[in-house]
Design a protein around this ligand. Structure first.
Ligand code: ME8
Length: 529
């Protein structure tokens, strides 16, 4: 089916299990997705950014039981008090929040599976084998490790449970060849390359059919043709990406969103997204997404940080101390998107001080203060550019290209690094040009030279305010204000691709030193900086 020309750039995060409050692990995907979508919005594209919660299944049911609540009361409470509020804690501008207990979602999921059943892709069978509740996954022998003589999940390290049930099955094995063809003809479908290779090797071993229902508990969406069973949580959860987009309820809206441009997922849930999900879509005659991108894990002691292992850190512990912008910057820049990474308080403090406070913060305050001191706060018109200004202008244009191209490859860390390198270059330029020395020369040439230096530095900061806006929206709003936002009008909403052009800041605009962009950190209680 040809895509609608008005289709939005549609990005999704996984929907998170509501077993506990969010950690910086789950917030990681959401933050990076937010940087990506804000960047695309700032290119002038229509964007749709979806996140939400996965509320059915044994894992959530057991968490609710352990807390003496019904699963519905438990998820209602946690979603409202923790999962939705964390989005403002980390300053995420999602367009929609989906819950798998939403009536719209459950009805569409039933409809979807009824169609597949009627189409002959579902049959009755018996499942016998290991299951990990932590992963909510039927495991293959190759997925297991032995811990204390017991077959265990390689991700959770906990014993798998043996399941023996009469279930319904989806004839997924039928789609193995079509899946291999998809990976072959669309190399970008699974990325990065290591993830693509892993998926191809997995499917080449041969695909088994998938058990799609459970009969031993009832916290789930009822199988539409057999109310004694509930649908397997993953084949309910994956459908959120289409039910939230209007599948089956609003064809016009659906055409304007689907297929998704990218599903951002952690590497632990790659197979679900790159194998099961496209097979389900093929069976239903729907387009598959453009891309599934698997990122790495935040590790603690070499293992995945997780809610269940109590190694999780709450995002607000970090944002309360460093602010949401520094938080976003840290996770977007210091972890290569696609690789594992980690967080440490010491590393974050060092990055905050060297790159944000002493880097961008100091630069903005030096430049605005000097325009205040030497030109009464009015940005002077530049005289002719010298070699240093020409070099800076070239660096600026190259930075925009480098960052924009990195975003297209989902190398989010490279895009942020390109902008932070630009800040170092501007700082280097100011240090080398020594405007405070030039200011001692009160001749006409001296004043003209001083005007050129300060103009070049301020105009470069204008570009930084655009390019860093997707990562640090609060800081960039303050920076725009310091650059005289009121007088700048449309420039404040400048598009990324217009940023690289030199000399856009209007001379005469009033610059103010204003508040410090990154205040000195107070020593955190009990934490050495
Ligand atoms: O898997 N490092 O939910 P989930 C990096 N409900 N990312 C992490 C992380 C860590 N330590 N911990 C969690 C599920 N994540 C399913 C998804 S989608 C149809 C259903 C991120 O709560 C990462 O993106 O276990 C991972 O894929 C996601 O949270 C899964 O969170």
């Amino acid at each position: 089916m040809p895509e609608s020309p008005d289709k939005a750039y549609y990005v999704t995060t996984p929907i998170y299990y509501v077993t506990a409050a969010p950690s910086i692990g789950s917030a990681y995907t959401t933050v990076v997705g937010d940087v990506l979508t804000r960047w695309h919005r700032q290119r002038g594209e229509r964007v749709w950014y979806l996140t939400g919660t996965d509320e059915h299944g044994q894992k959530v049911m057991r968490a609710a039981e352990a807390n003496g609540q019904t699963p519905q009361a438990w998820t209602d409470h946690l979603v409202e008090t923790a999962w939705k509020p964390v989005l403002s804690t980390i300053d995420v501008a999602n367009d929609q929040f989906v819950r798998t207990t939403d009536a719209d979602h459950t009805e569409r999921v039933q409809e979807f599976w009824r169609c597949l059943q009627e189409g002959g892709d579902v049959y009755e069978g018996r499942y016998e084998g290991p299951y990990c509740v932590g992963c909510e996954e039927f495991k293959l022998p190759a997925d297991l490790v032995t811990v204390g003589g017991v077959d265990s999940c390689s991700i959770h390290g906990t014993a798998v449970e043996m399941v023996s049930e009469a279930n319904y099955f989806f004839s997924m094995s039928r789609y193995a060849d079509k899946l291999l063809e998809l990976y072959e003809t669309r190399p970008g479908f699974v990325q990065p390359e290591s993830a693509r290779n892993e998926v191809i090797a997995f499917v080449k071993q041969g695909l088994e059919d998938l058990s799609i229902s459970r009969s031993t508990f009832d916290w789930g969406i009822k199988v539409p043709w057999d109310e004694s069973q509930v649908l397997y949580v993953w084949i309910d959860a994956l459908l959120n990406y289409v039910t939230a987009a209007g599948y089956g309820t609003d064809p016009e809206r659906f055409a304007g969103l689907w297929p998704a441009d990218v599903h951002l997922v952690g590497k632990d849930i790659l197979r679900f997204h790159a194998v099961i999900w496209p097979a389900m879509l093929m069976a239903a005659g729907l387009d598959v997404p453009h891309q599934v991108f698997a990122h790495g894990w935040l590790l603690v002691g070499g293992e995945k940080m997780s809610k269940s292992k109590a190694t999780a850190i709450a995002p607000e512990v970090i944002t309360d101390h460093f602010g949401s912008d520094a938080y976003r910057y840290y996770f977007a820049k210091t972890i290569a998107f696609g690789s594992d990474g980690s967080f440490s308080w010491e590393h974050m403090s060092a990055v905050y001080t060297s790159e944000l406070a002493n880097g961008l913060g100091n630069l903005a305050s030096r430049v605005t203060a000097m325009v205040g001191k030497y030109f009464d706060g009015q940005l002077p018109a530049p005289a002719a550019d010298g070699p240093a200004e020409k070099a800076l202008a070239e660096t600026l244009a190259a930075t925009v290209e480098r960052a924009d191209a990195a975003i297209d490859r989902l190398a989010i860390h490279e895009a942020v690094t390109a902008v932070s390198d630009l800040i170092s270059d501007i700082n280097g330029y100011v240090t080398e040009q020594e405007p405070w020395q030039v200011a001692k020369d009160t001749s006409e040439e001296g004043r003209a030279r001083l005007a050129s230096i300060l103009y070049a530095a301020a105009d470069s900061l204008r570009a930084v305010a655009v390019l860093h806006n997707p990562v640090m929206p609060k800081t960039c709003a303050t920076l725009w204000a310091a650059l005289g936002a009121d007088a700048l009008g449309a420039l404040v909403a400048q598009r990324v691709q217009e940023t690289g052009q030199w000399g856009q800041l209007p001379a005469g605009v009033t610059l103010t030193k204003g508040q410090s962009l990154f205040p000195r950190l107070e020593a955190a209680e009990g934490v050495a900086e």
